[in-house]
Design a protein around this ligand. Sequence first.
Ligand SMILES: *[C@@H]1O[C@H](CO)[C@@H](O)[C@H](O)[C@H]1NC(C)=O
Ligand SMILES: *[C@@H]1O[C@H](CO)[C@@H](O)[C@H](O)[C@H]1NC(C)=O
Length: 275
Amino acid sequence: MEQRESGVVERKRRRRKCLLVFGVVLLLLLILALALGLTLGRSSGGIKNTFLERCQKFKDLNCQNVWDAFQQAYIDRDPCSIPGDAYEPFITALSLKLQCNRMMFWSKTKDLVHSFTQKQDCFVTVEDVPLGAILDGLTWCGKEGSKETFTTGCPGWSDCANNPVRSFWNQASAAFADAACGDVSAMLSGSIETPFSPGSVFESIEVRRLRSPKVKRMNVILVMEENAVTNCTNASLENLQKVLNAGISYGCKEVTEAQIHKCSSDPKIACGACW
Ligand SMILES: *[C@@H]1O[C@H](CO)[C@@H](O)[C@H](O)[C@H]1NC(C)=O
Ligand SMILES: *[C@@H]1O[C@H](CO)[C@@H](O)[C@H](O)[C@H]1NC(C)=O
């Protein structure tokens, strides 16, 4: 009798222990799932938040509509077959304004040109208008059979030609160049062998879209650093003149990096007086 009694107690105790372990494991799994869900949620929610925050800095934009137009370019599609024109509804929603005499193109001078355009209200690059500002530095893609935006596991710039990010920048650069008028500028680097660099967005897209008589002149600002290897006589810049639409005049100026920094930090220097 005593034996049986203690047997029952023992079994009850074991069952309770079993339940406890089961409960703890369940709780841990729940926490893990929650944490995973949160990080996943945050990574796709992250790009939408960034997008909307950047968009809302510009007045007159219906940012929810802009986001919807953006998403439909790549959502539920193979991330290696996004053509540039998939972004047309998004580009249209942002209605690029003509920026006569203020447009600044760049190649291999990204940080310098932006430190200049962001401090001096003289020139605008594609990254200074909503079209480029909203997506600068971001990565995104969709997947077939999913309604989500992914920010990791997306094809890189050169993994496949028609990836969502590359197709976007090609299309955006073309639209930006199409909106150019008057005198345009281009900040190129004197620290590389070939300042008019073959295959760059500037060389392969932007320069080729400029049309005379809407565009009158191309002013190249060749940035000379301590380690400059070339100058305005470089043959690649002769190629640039050949590619330019007939009727667009051309000029090139060598400007030191120090001079550009000086112009960025001195608001008294008038627009265009830096070179
Ligand atoms: C420009 O560079 C070439 C060689 O690349 C050199 O011969 C020439 O003197 C330079 N011109 C000026 C004005 O510095
Ligand atoms: C100048 O341009 C030519 C042709 O585009 C290039 O091959 C050359 O290496 C460039 N640079 C210098 C420093 O000569």
